[in-house]
Design a protein around this ligand. Sequence first.
Ligand SMILES: [Zn+2]
Length: 280
Amino acid sequence: MLVEVVASGGALVLSGAGLSTESGIPDYRGPTGLARRGTGASGATPMTYQVFTGGADARRRYWARSHLGWRHIARAVPNDGHRAVAALGRRGLLAGIITQNVDGLHQAADLAAGPVTGRAEVTELHGSLHRVLCLSCGQRTARSDLDRRLAAANPGWDPGSVSVNPDGDAALDDEAVASFGVADCAACGGVLKPDVVFFGENVPPARTRACYDLVEAASALVVLGSSLTVMSGFRYVRHAARLGRPVVIVNQGATRGDAYAAATLDAPLGQTLTALVAAL
Ligand SMILES: [Zn+2]
């Protein structure tokens, strides 16, 4: 079923955290879970938009942890699953890619595959950790630039020995946080936020609508590595089913969308997608 649906062309991919676990980025079963943790001492409490925007101390804590953890995100590389999806895009078989991931690995896989020709466009439903957004002037800048600015603003900052999870979350004591200097927008001095959708924040309406349009224009919806627990992704599965588009789900474990699917495959993503490309 997966092979037929993809081979006939025009399928839309909806990808989630399960596609990136083989790149060493754990699946926390939440939208941009890796970006949103960081208010509690253990890191288990999700960062909310309200907490982040509500106080300078919360932002200092977020950026101190994030500064330590960024290198883990920055050095993550695409896996076989991302490479297979990029290959499908380059063969002109996809109507597009909607990803719930904020790690930029779809684009990295496509770039690694060579010159840009006929690739599928990636819509980052929950934004990207590779960009930073100014809450005052709306300017988007590269996270790599901010990383350099944070390093320059914190010469000799040494939090001592800290544990950094593969998702870029670092446990830090209060003293280390208090001595960390945050950087503001270089253009206007406004508050900077990672360009990701936090808990307590909605996906921008124009982006939501654009994704509905993608579903309507697609011949089928192929879900890759998402348990669909979050409404921001699940609603597209419901929409596709309502329109009579076949939904095929490849995920390790059951998903909230299984009842809407024409077929489900409980299998490892990298291996399954590599086999799919080979079968086409
Ligand atoms: Zn600004």
